[in-house]
Design a protein around this ligand. Structure first.
Ligand SMILES: [Zn+2]
Ligand SMILES: [Zn+2]
Length: 373
């Protein structure tokens, strides 16, 4: 397929963020690729589904200090429409999940199995899109709220065609962030106990991964009572409603005889992360899954960490996308991983604002945008 064959012109629809409020995102009909010709290892992907993640809200609120104007969106799946001359990992027509890493593939971190630690995948900025004379940054190596993207070969992970692309899109961020924290970082063992603070899209994935590992007790904590039903469906054995007057630390310690083996902070609150230290037994893991403002500081009493506890920073579930994404797709296709249940709405690109309202309400599941209808 030739560049631009999907449309009459190279211009396409997409969203552009121009400030640090939800009002500063607008729909454009005239976004183009700065360089429409693929280099040897690039892939052109028609974006069929792009999930609206809490990180998109944080990005729009300026909490990641991204330069603008920028095309937001980073949790996506689509169909390969063109590949560069040297691409071997995927082919035209493949259904792919996009990875945010864009790692180089040959540095010591990549070769050592930690592509998320690759310097190329850590905060490197680029302006692959433009609108008129104005170049546009992309968010998280993709900028997925647009009809078509051009990414590196190793950002495209093929999946079986029988998998719906709406469900597949979630694997690229929300699902790998939650499940990867359990499988790759905390490495839960059969019979372990855990607490999951925040039962939203990512938290539910922590919960279902803990269940798959055979955790004996999975305590979900959330401020919204509606989350109890979701948490239970995904595998939580207990639910604590974190309402006024409830001492969550005390409750968790009481339920587990002194603390859990693994605590997961998924909200992105530095106070809750500090609380997790107190809920975790000596030798246990405290997993920082949620991402607050990147300049936020965490304060905790030293003694809370002292007894051989492990405080873990976790970026995108410690993912190895080429290994993890097909494995997660396979679990979904076998009925062992719930993904459709995470989606409450689908919408066009103009549905972003309503999707943000859903996230903020804390009561609904994810919205997936369909940039090509
Ligand atoms: Zn690398
Ligand atoms: Zn995300």
């Amino acid at each position: 397929m030739f560049p631009g064959a999907l449309r009459d012109t190279n211009e396409m629809q997409g969203l552009i963020l121009e400030g640090t409020t939800e009002d500063s995102v607008r729909l454009s009909d005239s976004i183009e690729h700065v360089d429409n010709d693929l280099s040897a290892r690039q892939v052109r992907v028609e974006i069929k589904a792009a999930g609206v993640c809490g990180s998109d809200l944080s990005c729009v609120h300026g909490k990641y200090y991204m330069p603008t104007p920028l095309v937001p969106g980073h949790e996506a799946a689509g169909v390969v429409v063109e590949v560069g001359d040297a691409v071997t990992y995927c082919a035209v027509g493949d259904h792919v999940i996009l990875s945010t890493f864009g790692n180089c593939g040959h540095c010591p971190d990549c070769e050592g199995g930690d592509p998320g630690n690759c310097s190329v995948s850590m905060g490197s900025l680029s302006q692959p899109y433009r609108e008129g004379d104005q170049d546009l940054y992309n968010f998280a190596g993709i900028g997925a709220f647009v009809q078509e993207t051009i990414v590196g070969e190793n950002q495209c992970i093929p999946i079986p065609k029988e998998m719906p692309l709406t469900a597949a899109a979630l694997i690229g961020c929300g699902v790998i962030t939650g499940t990867g924290a359990v499988f790759n970082r905390a490495r839960l063992r059969l019979g372990d106990t855990c607490v999951v603070i925040g039962a939203g899209g990512v938290g539910l994935n922590v919960i279902q991964a803990a269940k798959l590992c055979g955790a004996s007790r999975i305590i979900a904590v959330d401020r919204a009572p509606q989350k109890e039903a979701y948490a239970t469906e995904f595998g939580a054995t207990d639910f604590i409603l974190a309402e006024e007057g409830v001492d969550v630390i005390k409750e968790v310690k009481k339920m587990t005889g002194g603390g859990v083996d693994h605590s997961f902070e998924v909200v992105g609150s530095t106070q809750l992360l500090a609380d997790c230290l107190q809920m975790t037994r000596p030798g246990g893991n405290i997993c920082a899954v949620g991402v607050p403002d990147l300049t936020a500081e965490v304060t905790y009493p030293f003694q809370a960490l002292h007894q051989n506890k492990n405080l873990m920073g976790i970026r995108a579930g410690g993912a190895r996308p080429r290994k993890d994404f097909p494995m997660l797709a396979d679990l979904y296709l076998k009925g062992q991983l719930l993904l459709d249940e995470l989606i409450s709405h689908t919408a066009g690109l103009d549905g972003l604002r309503a999707a943000f309202d859903s996230i903020k309400s804390g009561t609904e599941a994810r919205t997936v945008l369909l940039p090509n209808g």
